[in-house]
Design a protein around this ligand. Structure first.
Ligand code: ATR
Length: 264
């Protein structure tokens, strides 16, 4: 909730059509206080699996019979398999985030990261960078307490971390290896707040906001000749990984990609 603008049905149904599979994917809205009964309804109609999105990714954990390693690490699930009424949770956000970086063969080991935002998406991103042995992540957030919580989480995963208020972002200096926006800034065409002195041609700028495709952060990053990773790439990678968990076969990435790029 909200799901009105979700691109997931478009992406998954394109994959099923491409492979001629007798499957369908629908968006089904569950209110914040109706998660339990909503999940029971899904079980009673015997769905094979489902995704869970905001605001249910953390609370769903209590309703699962089993969880995989990444899910446990991140403390949130986004992909569920229904095996005859027994629910197993997975999290494809972490690998879905990392994959576009790896596809470009951009090294993560020993990198220095600036992360904007400290919500649900940030946890999966921190876990991903920790798994790939990044050096340090500086978390910038409007609500400093949430950034501080995530620095503790990061350090537990042996990734050095600092928390900074968004008001102090100008005090940072030097270019980062990665600048990642995991906040909702940009969704409404807000101006970029990351100082461009923190970005140079060696920086990879990754904005997980996918609509608009060219956020103001991405536009500023292009002016500095930075490497760009677009939000729709994470969206597609996590969807492909969900597909593979449910159907145990390789996802048709190009068909999935083509289904949404026209929409932009
Ligand atoms: P998600 O699960 O997708 O990460 P979220 O948990 O709602 O979504 O987190 C949204 C992030 O965007 C948070 O870091 C939020 O900052 P706060 O923790 O201070 O709420 C950030 N955010 C949202 N609107 C913002 C704004 N107008 N200015 C700065 N940060 C904003």
């Amino acid at each position: 909730d909200p799901i009105d603008h979700s691109l997931s049905p478009t992406i998954h149904n394109a994959a099923y059509r491409h492979l001629d599979l007798e499957c369908t994917y629908i968006a089904y809205k569950i209110d914040k206080n109706e998660l339990e009964s909503g999940i029971e309804s899904l079980k009673s109609i015997k769905v094979s699996g489902f995704n869970v999105t905001i605001p249910h990714k953390i609370r769903i954990m209590e309703l699962l019979d089993d969880i995989d390693h990444d899910c446990k690490l991140i403390g949130a699930a986004n992909t569920i398999v229904n095996d005859n009424g027994s629910l197993k949770g997975y999290n494809t956000d972490m690998d879905g985030f990392i994959e576009p970086i790896k596809n470009r063969e951009i090294p993560i080991k020993n990198s220095n990261i600036l992360l904007l935002g400290a919500g649900g998406a940030s946890r999966a991103i921190i876990a991903g960078f920790a798994k790939e042995h990044a050096k340090k992540i500086t978390i910038v957030n409007r609500t400093i307490e949430k950034a501080e919580n995530l620095t503790r989480f990061s350090k537990e995963l042996e990734l050095d971390s600092d928390a900074i208020s968004i008001n102090d972002i100008e005090k940072l200096d030097g270019a980062f290896d990665f600048v990642v926006n995991a906040s909702s800034l940009g969704l409404k065409n807000e101006l970029n707040i990351v100082p461009t002195k923190l970005i140079d041609a060696k920086t990879t700028v990754y904005d997980i906001v996918y609509k608009p495709v060219n956020t103001e952060l991405i536009k500023d990053a292009k002016k500095k000749d930075a490497q760009i990773i677009y939000g729709y790439e994470m969206l597609l990678s996590q969807a492909a990984k969900s597909f593979e968990i449910w159907l145990n076969q390789k996802a048709p990435y190009e068909a999935m990609k083509n289904s949404i790029l026209g929409g932009f």
